[in-house]
Design a binder for this molecule. Structure first.
Ligand SMILES: [Zn+2]
Length: 101
C-alpha cells in the first residue's frame, strides 16, 4: 500500500484490538473465553466507551498513533478494556464455553 493511498481507520480501534489481544494472551486472563465472539464483544464494548479517532491517510494514522500511545492514555484504555472483559465474562453471548484452549 502506498503511503498516500486513501484509507479510513479508527486509530482507537486499532489500539484497542491490539491491547485486548495482548491482555487475553497474558497470565491474568487465562480463564477468559478465547473465542472470537467474546474477544470482539470486549473490543466493541470498549470502543463504545471511548472516543473514536478516524484518520484517512497512513501519515495521519502514524501521527495519531504516536499522540495516543502515552502511558496515561493506554492506562485509561486498559481500564475500559478490563471493565469490558468483566462484563463479557459475566454475560457471554454463547451458552456454554465453546473454546477453552
Ligand atoms: Zn466465548
Amino acid at each position: 500500500m502506498n503511503m498516500s493511498d486513501p484509507i479510513l481507520i479508527n486509530v482507537t480501534e486499532e489500539i484497542v484490538r491490539g491491547l485486548v489481544s495482548f491482555l487475553l494472551r497474558g497470565p491474568e486472563y487465562q480463564t477468559f473465553c478465547k473465542c472470537e465472539i467474546c474477544e470482539l464483544d470486549a473490543v466493541a464494548l470498549t470502543l463504545n466507551a471511548l472516543p473514536s479517532k478516524y484518520v484517512t491517510s497512513m501519515e495521519s494514522r502514524d501521527e495519531a498513533f504516536k499522540m495516543m500511545n502515552t502511558p496515561e492514555n493506554i492506562e485509561r484504555i486498559n481500564k475500559e478494556i478490563i471493565h469490558a472483559l468483566h462484563v463479557v465474562s459475566k454475560h457471554p453471548r454463547h451458552k456454554a464455553e465453546p473454546t477453552s484452549i
